[in-house]
Design a protein. Structure first.
Length: 114
């Protein structure tokens, strides 16, 4: 049988040790979880305008391809964003391989990633 020993102020020493241990454990857990919460990535978004290279301000559709490029459909052409810069694809009457219209409304990627 354990004997409870009183301290000078009348509290039991064992109870004080348990209380201090509990406080330390709670403080440790709070600090640990705070650090875990701070370490998680903060998700956000960027906005773009024609001043950054977007061909037109009205966006009709967007898609991200398997290589990470963001494709943006506008009335001013098809825009490809690589994370740094825009490349704009527009109609070129001299080039049969260019897009058929600058007014792009929908974007789709097939099962082959095209």
């Amino acid at each position: 049988m354990l004997e409870r020993v009183k301290s000078i102020d009348g509290n039991y020493i064992c109870d004080m040790l348990i209380s201090r241990h509990l406080h330390f454990t709670l403080l440790f857990c709070l600090l640990l979880f705070r650090n875990v919460a701070l370490a998680q990535a903060v998700l956000g978004y960027e906005t773009f305008a024609t001043t950054q290279g977007l061909s037109q301000g009205m966006v009709n559709d967007m898609i991200q391809d398997k290589d990470g490029f963001i494709w943006i459909a506008t009335k001013g052409g098809l825009n490809r964003y690589d994370g740094y810069n825009f490349k704009v694809f527009t109609t070129d009457l001299q080039d049969n391989n260019s897009i058929s219209s600058n007014a792009v409304s929908n974007l789709l990627e097939d099962s082959n990633g095209r």
